[in-house]
Design a protein around this ligand. Structure first.
Ligand code: SF4
Length: 178
């Protein structure tokens, strides 16, 4: 109805309608992993913990949406190559944001993605408010979502590969405006 699925598919993404995800019982473990900061994104932007809010706040946000779509793309690259990984994450983030822009005139929309928000060169976190709240993307794991479980529900497996990375975003859509 919003046209974003066809556009994403034309750009090489898979788009699958899923149940609106919930905060997992394992969410505190995911937050502990975030705090270890292996990704170097913890505490650097409003889309990652702690800036993204408490798990209770994330649950409330998820609850306020009625539809969800998983966006998937497998990028052939060396996952240890930080530059290539950044390029792939930016590609997913940019396309997911463009999809959200198509939905926004008709319904509230939010994008969750692999990793935090990288929209601005340097995020305002923690000193100032988010510059572009509508373009902000939040971390799937920061929200305490169990991706393994989510993929299992749609018959997919969470897999790490030496020569590729499969990245995901989740587009959340609220009630259509009349
Ligand atoms: S849109 Fe900019 S200011 Fe807002 S969270 Fe993303 S990077 Fe930070």
């Amino acid at each position: 109805m919003y046209g974003f699925e066809d556009r994403l598919r034309e750009e090489g993404f898979e788009v699958i309608e899923i149940e609106v995800p919930v905060v997992s019982p394992k969410a505190k473990d995911y937050r502990a992993l975030c705090e270890k900061n292996d990704c170097k994104e913890y505490g650097t932007n409003w889309g990652c913990p702690p800036g993204v809010g408490t798990l209770e706040e994330c649950a409330e946000t998820l609850n306020s949406y009625h539809e969800a779509f998983l966006v998937i793309k497998r990028y052939v690259l060396d996952p240890k190559n930080a530059k290539d990984m950044k390029r792939a994450k930016d590609d997913l983030g940019d396309s997911s944001r463009r999809a959200a822009d198509m939905i926004r005139p008709s319904a509230p929309v939010k994008v969750l993605s692999d990793g935090g928000c990288r929209y601005c060169g340097v995020c305002t976190y923690p000193g100032g408010a988010c510059r572009y709240p509508l373009q902000r993307t939040d971390s799937i794991s920061g929200y305490g979502i169990d991706m393994e479980e989510l993929l299992k529900k749609i018959g997919r497996k969470f897999a790490f590969e030496d020569c590729a990375a499969t990245l995901n975003s989740i587009i959340l859509i609220g009630k259509t405006r009349k």
